[in-house]
Design a protein around this ligand. Structure first.
Ligand SMILES: O=C(O)C[C@H](O)C(=O)O
Ligand code: SF4
Length: 515
């Protein structure tokens, strides 16, 4: 077992940086279905490009490298204690090498352990099997999509869909609602795993386990296979689209499992995974610890094709010549911001500050360490590495903005911020502040962490390092950072519009389908 730790190291690197072929195939098929020239098609092209960049750079596809969750099958009698030690060591080593973000945070103090080790992290499940080799499977599921998981207790009344009873049709309604409520916030187009039955804990576990199925497999259970096919077809009619921009592709995969329940309970648990669906596995020789085989076809086998991305960008320019592209250099003035409208593409240059959960809370009743007048505030928790030359950005896509909704409006006004950059959009309080103060919300493509890292030309400083790397305020010098105006200073919000139209579509799925 000399090589076991290295094999797990290789598995982690592969999972974080190289999206498997079955996931790539689903994304490629999705990209073809988005109408040429739309925002959604352009986002899909950026996603495809980002997948290739991550593979080439051997760097995280998305900066949120998630909760490392291992499922290990061992021959009878294998030493699980040694394996656990090796897995923990491989986790710490990949974190140090910038393949994982420092993602383990003390829930009460907010302290980041810095090596991804801590109570509850990583998650390791062991099971014995009657084979001679070891199987290690890993999923890296990020926090943004994890926040969109949802559990229903049947019977219930669902907004837009009415009564959901304890039967297949009730389950159908829950799943349709689960996709609707995620909107673009979990970086759609997504993949869902559904667990029917169990208790609150095992139901969610079953849902997550479904994500280990191959994207193109077929459910052996006849009714569930039909339900999977139904959901995949009809969820795409909700019109949420890539990143919630509106469009044809909302869901890329649906896998449903079932287990027994208690007479009193009937749970439907849904695990939502973003397009950055990072899971891989290896079969390992139990004597040497070396990798014999990959469980999922490796991404390298299926190129995402850059020509496709370039063609999509060209088509977009052609199809919508009226779409404006506005180049702005920070600090931004009120006059510049007031000229922007939903749909414009903004290319940002100059200084940008990152700020996410801890900083928003802090700024409510403290001064800012820098002058934020006219500033661009980026909701981002990057992967950073330091060497003799200083800090380097290894991955830097946006985080879900809606978490800052309680604070954002006040902070915009208090400090004079002009542009907020994130993903998934924000709510009415922020929209009002943008209108009153003169500000704009720019939606970056979630998960495109390599794509955005390349626009960052230098790290010019950092504040709040005590909050940990993802939560610190990084001073970044950017060049050509592209994002789309989805909320403007005239009261328009693309997110509110897509939410409303997708809810209307959801209502059309009220009538029973499975009897
Ligand atoms: O934590 C992050 O960087 C992103 C998170 O996964 C999110 O989707 O909001
Ligand atoms: S930012 Fe998006 S792609 Fe990355 S982990 Fe979060 S939900 Fe997934």
């Amino acid at each position: 077992m000399k090589h076991f730790e290295q094999s797990v190291y290789d598995l982690i690197v592969e999972t974080s940086t190289n999206l498997p072929a079955d996931v790539r195939r689903a994304i490629k098929a999705g990209a073809k279905r988005e109408s040429a020239g739309t925002r959604a098609a352009l986002s899909m092209a950026t996603i495809a490009n980002n997948i290739t960049m991550a593979e080439t750079n051997v760097s995280p596809i998305c900066q949120d490298t998630g909760m490392p969750t291992f499922i290990v099958h061992t021959p009878v009698g294998a030493n699980q204690i040694e394996m656990k030690k090796a897995i923990r060591s491989a986790i710490a080593r990949t974190t140090k090498d910038g393949k994982l973000r420092t993602n383990s945070v003390d829930s009460l103090t907010g302290d980041n352990t810095g090596d991804n080790l801590g109570p509850g992290t990583p998650v390791i499940h062991f099971e014995q099997w009657e084979r001679d080799d070891i199987e290690v499977k890993l999923i890296l599921k990020g926090g943004g999509c994890e926040n969109k998981n949802i559990q229903y207790s049947l019977p219930t009344e669902l907004p837009g869909l009415g009564k959901a009873g304890r039967d297949l049709d009730g389950i159908r309604k829950c799943i349709m609602h689960a996709v609707y409520q995620a909107q673009g916030q979990g970086c759609s187009a997504g993949f869902i795993g559904v667990g029917i039955g169990g208790d609150r804990t095992t139901g969610y576990e079953l849902a997550k386990m479904q994500l280990f199925r191959k994207v193109d497999d077929a459910n052996e259970h006849e009714d569930l296979r039909k339900l999977e096919e139904y959901v995949l077809e009809n969820a795409n009619k909700l019109g949420i689209g890539t990143m919630g921009f509106g469009g044809e592709v909302t869901l890329l995969g649906c896998k449903i499992g079932v287990m027994n329940r208690l007479p009193a309970s009937y749970f439907v648990s849904v695990a939502y995974n973003c397009w950055a669906f990072r899971r891989q596995g290896v079969l390992i020789d139990a004597a040497t610890g070396e990798i014999n085989e990959w469980v999922y076809e490796r991404g390298t086998a299926l190129a995402m094709s850059e020509e496709q991305a370039e063609a999509a960008a060209a088509e977009a320019a052609e199809a919508q010549p009226e779409r404006r592209e506005v180049v702005l250099t920070t600090p931004i003035t009120e006059e510049q911001v007031r000229q922007l409208r939903v749909g414009d593409v903004v290319i940002l240059n100059g200084r940008m500050y990152t700020g996410r959960d801890a900083i928003h809370k802090h700024l409510m009743d403290h001064d800012a360490p820098v002058d934020l007048n006219g500033a661009a505030l980026y909701h981002c928790g990057p992967v950073m590495l330091k060497d003799e030359a200083g800090w380097h950005v290894k991955a830097a896509g946006p985080t879900t903005s809606i978490r800052e909704e309680p604070y954002q409006g006040d902070i915009i006004k208090k400090f004079g911020i002009r542009a907020v950059i994130g993903k998934g959009g924000m709510g009415p309080k922020t929209l009002k502040a943008l209108q009153e103060h003169g500000g704009v919300y720019l939606n970056a493509i979630g998960g495109a962490a390599q794509y955005y890292a390349e626009t960052i030309k230098g790290v010019e400083g950092v504040d709040f390092m005590e909050f940990g790397i993802p939560e610190a305020m990084w001073h970044l010098n950017v060049e050509g950072f592209a994002a789309i105006v989805t909320m403007d200073s005239h009261g328009n919000s693309l997110h509110a519009d897509v939410d409303k139209s997708s809810f209307e579509k959801l209502e059309s799925f009220k009538e029973p389908v499975f009897r």
